[in-house]
Design a protein around this ligand. Structure first.
Ligand SMILES: C[S@@+](CC[C@H](N)C(=O)[O-])C[C@H]1O[C@@H](n2cnc3c(N)ncnc32)[C@H](O)[C@@H]1O
Length: 264
């Protein structure tokens, strides 16, 4: 018996891995986070599967389901939204399974922040502009470690992807304006990859008002950074004819200057 912790992806039922979909179709128990995992993903469960929505359960109740399945020697598809490793509350479940000697395996998924970038048609890392993406949230009811306050993270001026923060957008902008500037581009993607996906773009100065007008209050990723609008970024080294790398020799004569060698 094994518990498969499966990333269901951001919403589109086709954005799940083949392995994740196969496991949902074959496991006799399917326990899914109903608040965000779409019904279409769970519709793959076999007709005789025990299908349970964990959104109204406590951790103890979730563990009870897993223990019952273990005692009956039944595999469990434990389905989480996006990728289970990002704000998934999976660690506390795995800790309990470790204590109980229940075997588990993680099947990764498409996170909502990459689905948001896809919806916008953007790359989040651009040469010389931003080579870092910070995945975070702003402090609300869940306290942030002091060293991870948004205003401190903002000092890096890296690309930011904020989860669980859409109702605190005014606070997000207030904390970021000192480092990114009022005109820094922001995009909010609500229900990325779903049929009713919505995109609102603006700047740190006006995004709060724009999102308020669009009436978006849940299930949204906030992306912040100049990568969202830049068009004059440098090309990467990867496709530069002057450079050699493990898979291609330089197209120009003479040795590639060592200083500029690289793959990206
Ligand atoms: C509990 S976290 C789970 C994140 C998930 N593990 C992931 O990798 O996307 C829930 C937050 O993820 C974001 N989220 C989840 N699905 C989304 C979607 N389809 N579009 C936009 N944001 C989404 C929202 O910020 C939401 O508040």
């Amino acid at each position: 018996m094994r518990v498969y912790i499966i990333g269901a992806g951001p919403g589109d039922p086709k954005l799940i891995t083949v392995r994740g979909a196969e496991l949902i179709s074959s496991c006799p128990v399917v326990l899914y986070t109903g608040s965000l995992v779409p019904e279409d993903v769970i519709a793959r469960a076999r007709a005789d599967a025990r299908v349970l929505n964990s959104s109204g359960m406590t951790l103890d109740e979730i563990v009870d389901v897993l223990v019952e399945a273990r005692d009956a020697d039944l595999d469990v598809a434990r389905v989480h939204t996006g990728d289970p490793s990002i704000f998934g509350s999976t660690a506390e479940q795995m800790r309990r399974m470790d204590e109980l000697g229940i075997a588990y395996e993680i099947v990764p998924g498409v996170s909502s922040f990459t689905a948001a970038a896809a919806a916008l048609g953007k790359e989040l890392t651009l040469p010389e502009l931003s080579q870092t993406v910070i995945l975070t949230r702003v402090e609300g009811r869940t306290a942030m470690p002091e060293r991870e306050r948004l205003s401190l993270l903002g000092e890096h001026r890296a690309t930011l992807a904020l989860f669980l923060s859409i109702t605190l957008l005014k606070k997000v902008a207030g904390e970021l304006i000192p480092s990114y500037g009022e005109d820094c581009p922001v995009a909010v993607v609500h229900k990325a990859s779903c049929r009713d996906q919505q995109i609102v773009t603006g700047t740190l100065a006006d995004i709060h008002q724009r999102v308020k007008e669009a009436n978006i209050r849940s299930q949204a990723i906030i992306l912040v950074g100049h990568v969202l609008t830049s068009t004059d970024f440098a090309n990467s080294r990867l496709y530069d004819p002057e450079f050699s790398h493990g898979f291609r020799k330089s197209r120009t004569k003479g040795p590639t200057p060592a200083r500029r060698q690289g793959t990206t």
